[in-house]
Design a protein around this ligand. Sequence first.
Ligand code: SF4
Length: 341
Amino acid sequence: MGDVVLQTATINWLRSLLGEEATFSFVTSKEFSSLIDTHPEVKSVISFDRRGGETWKDLIKKIDELHEKTPIDLILDLHATLRSFRLKLSYWTIPSLTVDKRRWERFLLTKIKSVRLKRLFDKKLFGLEPQVERILKDFEGIFGDTRSKRRTVDYRKGPNEELTSLASLPVYPLPGPYIVLAPSASFSNKRWPVERFMDLGKKILNETTLHVVVLAGPDDKFCEAFNEIESDHFHNLQGKTSLKESMSVLANAQGCIGNDSGMNHIAEAYGVPCVTLFGPTDPRFGFAPHGSKSQYISKEMFCKPCSTTGKTPCYRDRLYCMEEISVNEVFNAASKLLGNS
Ligand code: SF4
């Protein structure tokens, strides 16, 4: 999910580089197409509904139809996975470019078990800067561009412009200013414990006038634990909003507190200040929030990062990387970004 949101900056940059005549079509999984289908620079979205039973042939047929109507001049592989490689192979006569996702550098970081050595992975030394900036810098070299206005430093400007179309979506009826808690993540290791999120929610209710909204998907059953918080200022929307509605809720929030996950990327794309909590992954992977008010919390420890995605099961007796992040620490970070401290 986060990858799709972040790549809106690439599309915006290409638009400024190639002018109004260029058209962009985006190929993505159906569950993520809502993230991009109202983007003003994207002419069409080809969604692949694998869960709904669509086959590879169906996907190729859709792309063929597009290619017949508007010949494809260039394929940009922004995902760099086996599946996207297979897709490029299917259209091997069309020139293509593939992003370098710095998987090797990330992998290396997981293998170093010394905090001091890990610090050598400073962004200047190893180039582990924000992923969006890295990708655009790579493309700049290829396209020979130094003139474009919407460059890497405009990262937030790019996705923010999505608001021009997304702001018209119906906003979930929420009273008063609110802060979003996003306790979900693609893998359970990447989740700050739900009890901590609950304590944080209670603290926000007790010490501020803000409403608190929980956003999570229908499969995030662990969020049912929030139902025990009884307050007319607390709204557990887990499983109640579509992705588009969640985006609207995020776009109108005062702030968002969540794990290293897509929800925080969406919030940041809307210019909503975020506190992002990193567990087994590492901000040096390039997915830390970049907004001027946003910040992240990540504990340094020998075992972290233990995988490039957070998927690998924890090999220690406890999830230290997450459990060492205290409720007070997160609350204080959120207070600063909201200007309440
Ligand atoms: S505590 Fe260490 S080993 Fe366990 S998930 Fe966190 S980073 Fe990985």
